[in-house]
Design a binder for this molecule. Structure first.
Ligand code: EPZ
Length: 430
């Protein structure tokens, strides 16, 4: 099984280029099925989750071409199957975006119940409520969510929780419903806005994305489009914290600094310097870092997808920090692994109380999920000695060439398969 072998201690220094946002790419790929015309998408991240979704789309008849690693051409004029139930699709969360997209266009779809990172209960009641409000019948049977409607009719929908997935799903179905849909308490994340912009580029009529009320006037038909996906806010944030935790100096390029404000604010608070330019941010950590408090919140609050990365940084900062997770109920599973590296963290319910320590020491650890996996890697980069990180398949779900980008910044990290590879790595890095 593939692992990362990491020798900590090198400050990360240099430039890193950020790819397209995974969590925007997934709904955009699904939404591309809503037209029979050709769609050309650029800045597509080459990560496992997008590739699994593309495979499932190919399975139902979508023609897909990859002119280069980060572009994809899709044509959904010959979709021949409205049941999406491939092995891979069960493992990703975004499978359910095909439900909203296909329901919108064909008024009928069946999709395997979603998987995704194990970070607590991930309900789908708001998706179902939204589809029902548009006039669909929705059932869960044999591991599939099945939705069908004679016709979809616009409606006024109040989301009980500000859910990224439900906002996106209902927005897609409503884009091809009759009349006006209003989604209140909608999610405001940059990827929600990116999907709305993409749908509008296909001829949809969506206003208000990025605020908590989205108005969608349904159209009968969508057309082809050319579109570039926004940069990945979380990949960028991960490298910003990697710079902080390793006491480095990293310029994170191809970003939208506005999307990084909550992350930048916390880095400044703990004592990093952050310089912003048009499409890059530079993070310099030259002084000892300080404690702080942070609570994860929907955008524009501090993202839950950055919670493990800030926690590993605060666990090496002076004083006592408090991290409160308010989005998912079980997102501190990685703390046991971090404790094995020397962290002093007590988790009580949805709060981590962190007493900063002087150093981490290398250990054999496992990535419990995507973001926690990435956070443990950056902890290992700051640790004394050798760390091996297992289950890197989780990290590959959402980070393209993670170890290569880190290596380029001076990290000592390799993908290894066997004990012999680890010994060789040890000899090489000393
Ligand atoms: C998206 O998940 C992201 N995934 C997650 O990123 C991210 O952590 C999350 O949004 C929050 O920003 C994708 O975009 C593929 P939610 P999603 O619906 O859509 C509750 C990553 O690492 N809820 O906004 O599943 C839910 O239980 C992943 O890239 C309901 O109660 O998140 C949670 O507590 C991990 N009913 C909260 O809302 C529902 O019907 C937010 O979930 C839907 C959600």
């Amino acid at each position: 099984m593939e692992q990362y072998a990491i020798k900590g201690g090198n400050p990360l220094v240099g430039d890193v280029e950020i790819g397209g946002a995974k969590n925007a790419a997934l709904p955009i790929l699904a939404a591309s099925t809503m037209t029979d015309e050709t769609v050309f998408i650029e800045n597509m991240p080459d990560v496992r989750d997008t590739n699994v979704l593309l495979e499932a789309m190919q399975h139902i008849g979508v023609m897909i071409k990859r002119p280069d690693r980060h572009s994809v051409i899709l044509n959904s004029g010959n979709i021949n199957n409205l049941v999406v139930d491939t092995e891979g699709i069960k493992k990703i969360r975004a499978s359910y975006y095909l439900l909203g997209a296909l329901l919108g266009k064909y008024k009928c779809a069946e999709v395997a119940l979603p998987g995704g990172c194990d970070i607590g209960c991930r309900a789908i009641d708001q998706h179902i409520k939204g589809f029902r409000a548009l006039g669909a019948e929705v059932m869960i049977e044999h591991g599939l969510i099945k939705a069908r409607a004679q016709k979809l009719v616009g409606s006024h929908i109040y989301m009980d929780v500000s859910s990224v997935g439900a906002t996106i799903n209902v927005m897609m179905a409503a884009a091809m419903a009759e009349g006006m849909t209003i989604i209140e308490n909608s999610a405001k994340e940059p990827h929600v806005v990116d999907l709305a912009n993409f749908l509008n580029s296909m001829g949809a009529n969506i206003k208000g994305a990025g605020t908590d009320v989205i108005r969608i006037r349904g159209v009968q038909k969508l057309h082809g489009s050319e579109y570039a996906i926004i940069p990945d806010q979380i990949e960028a944030g991960t490298f910003m914290f990697a710079a902080a935790v390793t006491k480095g100096d990293v310029t994170v390029k191809n970003v939208i600094p506005k999307h990084l404000e909550s992350i930048t604010a916390k880095l400044l608070e703990i004592g990093c310097e952050v310089e912003e330019a048009d499409d890059c941010v530079r993070v310099v950590a030259s002084k000892p870092l300080n404690h702080t408090q942070v609570k994860t919140l929907p955008y524009p609050g501090f993202p839950t997808d950055m919670q493990p990365q800030i926690t590993v940084t605060l666990a090496l900062s002076r004083g006592t920090s408090i991290v409160t997770e308010s989005i998912f109920e079980n997102r501190f599973k990685y703390v046991d692994e971090l404790t094995r590296m020397g962290a002093n963290i007590k988790v009580e319910g949805n709060t981590a109380i962190i007493d900063g320590v002087e150093k981490y020491t290398g250990a054999s650890i496992s990535a419990p999920d995507l973001r926690a996996g990435a956070a443990l890697v950056i902890a290992a980069l700051a640790a004394e000695g050798l760390t091996t990180v297992d289950d890197i398949k989780y990290i590959e779900r959402g980070y393209e060439d993670f170890h290569l980008k880190l290596k380029n910044l001076g990290a000592m990290i390799e993908v290894v398969q066997t004990e012999k590879d680890i010994q060789k790595f040890k000899l090489r890095v000393g």
